[in-house]
Design a protein around this ligand. Sequence first.
Ligand code: ATP
Ligand code: HSE
Length: 305
Amino acid sequence: MSDTRDEVRKVVVTVPATSANVGVGYDCLGLALDLPARFTFEPARELLIDGCEERFRGEDNLVWTSYLETCKNLLAKPIPLHITIDSPIPLSGGLGSSSTCVVAGVAAAQVFCGRGYEPQSALEAACRIEGHPDNVAPAIMGGLVSSFADAEGTHSIRFDIADNLAFVVIAPPYEVRTADARKVMPESVSTDVAVWQIGHAVAAVNALESGDAALLARACQDKLHEPHRSALIADYEPLRRTALAAGAATFLISGSGSTMLAIADGKAAAQRVADAVENMVENHVDGVWVRVLDANACGATVEVA
Ligand SMILES: Nc1ncnc2c1ncn2[C@@H]1O[C@H](COP(=O)(O)OP(=O)(O)OP(=O)(O)O)[C@@H](O)[C@H]1O
Ligand SMILES: N[C@@H](CCO)C(=O)O
């Protein structure tokens, strides 16, 4: 087993927030948003983690465990690190906060093990740790990514997202556990639903790439998971009604929730949607976190000093 290299003084990994599923692409599609988490790694005498909540500062920190796992797979002895986490991504779930931690830990291990950052092997390692590609793939590659797995591994295909589309992330102040959101999924679906999903998913990818907001509105009509999961988000219906009435082209559950995502044609339209959901009088959601974001095109970046 080789030693990780101690001549690297500092590694800074920046990873964007991501929104998995994009409505009709359950467990396949994901897109990156311009809301980056920044992780700084410096060699230290012993593990030290700061910048995050106290409960995440121990040996079970996801950045650290992803770093250790990757060092092990690269047959390198891990060096202790001082990890500083600076993340604006809400923990309430649905914006890929765990994927940012996994990608950062994997990338840091590659650099400290002397391999240099390799996005393709980072993607494979991060998929193994996270268990599914729909957040880690866009977190690494940026843009919109469609993934599928076969006997040879995971294959991720990247698409650019049109500049005119703007994203409104709406995070209510409560969590939906992914395990609970997966429990409500049907065990099987009819051929009609499968055909509906395939046609709509292809159209949704085209609409996001071309910026055709009218097509996006038609295409993002999910029958696979959202009808079952929307009941788990207490404020889903009033938020959806308000966002669509204010001009959103479509309104989706981001990942497994509880965050929701409205997509609008242009920043001004997106801001109107954001203002409408923040200022709802009837059914007002106390503590809702709302941001207007662009798509992120470049994915994770790694700087080494
Ligand atoms: N800023 C952070 N600092 C430390 N740990 C974090 C941070 N953000 C996320 N985590 C880790 O990731 C876990 C959250 O993962 P979870 O999959 O439940 O949410 P998510 O990634 O936001 O949701 P989704 O996968 O649906 O987008 C936390 O419990 C913690 O272990
Ligand atoms: N595709 C996953 C994302 C959650 O991490 C789901 O919807 O359950």
